[in-house]
Design a protein around this ligand. Sequence first.
Ligand SMILES: [Zn+2]
Length: 300
Amino acid sequence: MTAWQIDYVVKNKFSRPGHPLLKVLGVVMHWTATPGATDENEKAFFDGADGGGSRYASAHIFVDKDSARLIIPLNEVAYHANEKPSMISKLRASTSYYTSGNANLNTIGVEMCVEKDGTIHAETIKRTEDVVAELCRQFSLSPENDIYRHYDITGKNCPAPWVANVGAFNEFKTKVRAKMMPEVIVESIANSDYISKTLTVKTDGLWFYNTPRWDVKGGSSAKGNSFIVTEELRVGGYRMLKCHDGKYRTADPLHVDINPKPSDWPYRVNIDNITHAEAVDIVQLIGTNYKGAKVFGEAK
Ligand SMILES: [Zn+2]
């Protein structure tokens, strides 16, 4: 299932000229700045021989709070970022039919619809995250490096809320990245014996994670730092501990110590100076009584 429905406008020189995109190097974010207009309204507007009031303007995808509509094929040029040559040098492309070095030739334009009160609805932004995550997957783009505001391309105040607040734009890119990552199974352990105990870092530069997943590192903690455990989880089957600073850390005894010791804390026991026969007895004893224990030995 795609994040958008296909609803192409007819070819016309103003909104859908039919020129091929040279390649897709980025996604350019816009807002429609037309309060109350839905993606259905926008499609109807840009359709027909006059392509939306005989103005050279369009975008590939329009998103509102309940649907998203692809009105121009993703391998064709839309006129969405061409007020002047691109300010981003890698997007400055030109062709025989287009000589100004503009980003329309190598980007996809995504428009967020605007509510009657002039804001972008939270559901519209969420749906747009899904749309752009799918575009990034489809065209092997990086959310951190390949998503632009119209403002970044030409200096236009678009999308205005993200020009006024670049933090909201950065948050959008973070959400897109999160939506591109494979799902992991996260399980919270009820009545965990780890809660309220102290985790102390044993390895300098131990990774922590901002969310319960192992593949996105949030930063590192120094050896000797201590944290109170607030939650025990299984993330992809491995024990992860949420700490009082809101960060997640491993429970691997190679890297952390927990005090007091939880009931299932794994120990490593070395027994020196015993005979071969005694060692065999111990291995059998452990094998019988401790499920999952691994016994290693070294012959003397
Ligand atoms: Zn724009």
